[in-house]
Design a protein around this ligand. Sequence first.
Ligand SMILES: CC1=C(CCC(=O)O)c2cc3nc(cc4[nH]c(cc5[nH]c(cc1n2)c(C)c5CCC(=O)O)c(CCC(=O)O)c4C)C(CCC(=O)O)=C3C
Ligand SMILES: [Fe+2]
Length: 380
Amino acid sequence: MSDAHAPYDALLLLSFGGPEGPEDVVPFLENVTRGRGIPKERLAEVGQHYFLFGGVSPINAQNRELLAALRADFADHGLDLPVHWGNRNWAPYLVDTLREMAADGHRRVLVLATSAYANYSGCRQYRENLAAALTALREEGAPGAAELRVDKLRLFYNHPGFVEPMIESTLAALESLPETVRAGARLAFTTHSIPDVLADTSGAPADPARSTPGGAYVAQHREVARLIATAVAEATGVVDRPWELVYQSRSGAPHIPWLEPDICDHLEAEQAAGAAAVVMVPIGFVSDHMEVKYDLDTQAREKADELGLPVARAATVGADPRFAAAVRDLVLERAARERGERVGPCTLGALGASHDVCPVGCCPAARGAAPAAAGEDWIN
Ligand SMILES: CC1=C(CCC(=O)O)c2cc3nc(cc4[nH]c(cc5[nH]c(cc1n2)c(C)c5CCC(=O)O)c(CCC(=O)O)c4C)C(CCC(=O)O)=C3C
Ligand SMILES: [Fe+2]
């Protein structure tokens, strides 16, 4: 079992990062939005969301919990693979974590990005961050950086360890509603809205979903939504419960089309259509971070209260032990394939496993192209 992770010698948890106090909020937002053309008004508004929570995003604490869950799971299963953590937008910054890892002698690092689906922000942008960090370390002559190689785990949206905890949390959310509205409650699966152009070009160029509206991003979310809705129907015996995939957290200029409908407009439509209640299921996110705490638990809930519509919100996977076990499974699967062994990928549903290595042209940026590591277009 001790070589089960070979050729890899470490796992890197790569995430978004968030502010840890009021003084961090503005510099954090500057990091997130550098060169991205987000209107000033939108930034001021998002800053207010963070100030409402004392300037502290829940995301760093959640990543520390996930880190602990991964280390505990690996230790319990005899997987002797160190786990490190670095972020795109806040400390611990990716470049600092990679510098330490290289100095500690790590050479083949596998990366888990905290984003389950194909899209520029959740996949290629992390690969660009890896390329920028590696280039900076090599330029500064950091010890070991020249030999450091990074690979990224395949997308995990359809892994049972991601889907099953959410089936359970959707059932728990339904249970939390008053009994009288439970059978008539509808499901609203939510994810981050992204510009239509980024959705339409998401996924590998050869992925059949890439030629459908919304690309792989929407196809993958629809699949997870369908899997959860089907399991919920089986468990509750309500077979014709309506469900929709809807969007949240839109930013950017108003004249640029982003994925719709927004969750708040959707709640209004559901109420008008006679829904007894709505369960919001944030399948687009891996933890209950700010997008969930503010955009759903604060803003969407306020909207529902105004409408007199009972709502509940399902928990994300967070540090669920089943998710930690899924990461172990993904690590072992990838390591085996890297050694030339054939191992069947573990997935649910109809779409099959995502590629191990992003091909050229996978999830391109809306404009411009930056070097991206851990893909076919990156030469180490
Ligand atoms: C697809 C997607 C995910 C899900 C996948 C994943 O998890 O990666 C995600 C996650 C997150 N997004 C987050 C925060 C922000 N995202 C922003 C802006 C944007 N997000 C976008 C997309 C996504 N974002 C896009 C297309 C933009 C426009 C600007 C750009 O093209 O980059 C802005 C700027 C202000 C605003 O405009 O809202 C903030 C502050 C946090 C941290 C939360 C916390 O602090 O707890 C997390 C986990
Ligand atoms: Fe975002």
